[in-house]
Design a protein around this ligand. Structure first.
Ligand SMILES: Nc1ncnc2c1ncn2[C@@H]1O[C@H](COP(=O)(O)OP(=O)(O)OP(=O)(O)O)[C@@H](O)[C@H]1O
Length: 254
């Protein structure tokens, strides 16, 4: 699905990513975990071709970046991030915000086909938010807004869904509800890449973890092999114990 080979990313004399190698195979769902500024978002931007490596090759869905029309590949990638949300118009009705996902538009300036509206409402039903379809985006809670972005990203039935810290700013209740919805994605044919710095957000659906610190991969592979006190100490410089409960890791700081 995704292959990063010998990736280096250098900007303004800063070596932001150093020799990153990772292969994401079909059926896997990955969490990218690391401290602030470790290079997580940069990795996502390389996968979505919003940035290009200084050295190395990026292959996504059988395409090699630099040799393909990026716009065609991007149609198969859903991307949820705070910066995308900030481009949405708060006074637009919720169903319309979701419907724009069909074409990757930010807003509609023409009539929206009935079937696209119906599809948007069915996406809202999937995240249990059909009842807010006629409210404006600005009237929703933070948790509801994040779910709207999830529904919007699913409009195009992407093969890869990338989420950059989707739970940031949510209270415990809202976070758990959103994580529940994300975990439900495991029943679909979609590869999820999830960026966070919160270890307990590694939900049961996630099979693999990539741990990064200062642009270097500390460990990458099956989650139980990567999420260990030793690796987390290398990444976060905090001594901790890990309890796996219902296939989810919970940390206790020593
Ligand atoms: N174009 C650029 N020019 C210079 N520095 C950059 C550029 N892009 C990213 N950086 C730097 O690279 C580092 C990694 O940034 P990145 O946004 O990937 O980190 P992150 O792990 O996503 O952090 P956070 O968890 O805080 O969002 C940061 O120190 C950032 O300032």
């Amino acid at each position: 699905m995704i292959e990063l080979n010998g990736i280096h990313f250098i900007r303004e004399e800063r070596h932001i990513l150093k020799d990153v190698n990772v292969t994401v195979s079909p059926g896997e769902h990955w969490v990218i975990l690391g401290r602030n500024g470790s290079g997580k978002t940069t990795l996502l931007e390389l996968i979505t071709a919003y940035q290009f490596p200084s050295k190395g090759k990026v292959h996504v869905l059988g395409n090699t970046y630099g040799q393909v029309d990026i716009r065609e590949v991007r149609k198969q990638i859903g991307y949820i991030s705070q910066s995308l949300f900030e481009k949405m118009t708060l006074r637009d009705p919720v169903w319309e915000v979701v419907a724009t996902g069909e074409y990757s538009f930010l807003r509609f300036y023409q009539e929206i086909p009935e079937e696209v509206k119906a599809k948007a409402i069915s996406m809202l039903e999937r995240v249990n938010l059909a009842h807010v379809q006629n409210q404006t985006l600005g009237t929703l809670s933070q948790g509801e807004r994040k779910k709207i972005m999830l529904a919007r990203a699913l409009m195009q039935s992407p093969q890869i869904l990338i989420m950059d810290e989707p739970c940031s700013g949510l209270d415990l209740y809202e976070r758990e509800k959103l994580l529940h919805d994300i975990n439900e994605l495991q029943s679909q044919k979609i590869c999820v890449i999830y960026v966070t710095h919160h270890i307990e957000e590694i939900m049961p659906m996630f099979t693999h973890v990539l741990l990064i610190e200062q642009g270097e991969v500390i460990a990458a592979g099956p989650k139980h092999e990567v999420v260990t006190p030793e690796h987390l100490y290398q990444a976060f410089q905090v001594k901790l114990d890990i309890d796996w409960h219902l296939d989810r890791p919970w940390i206790k700081v020593q």
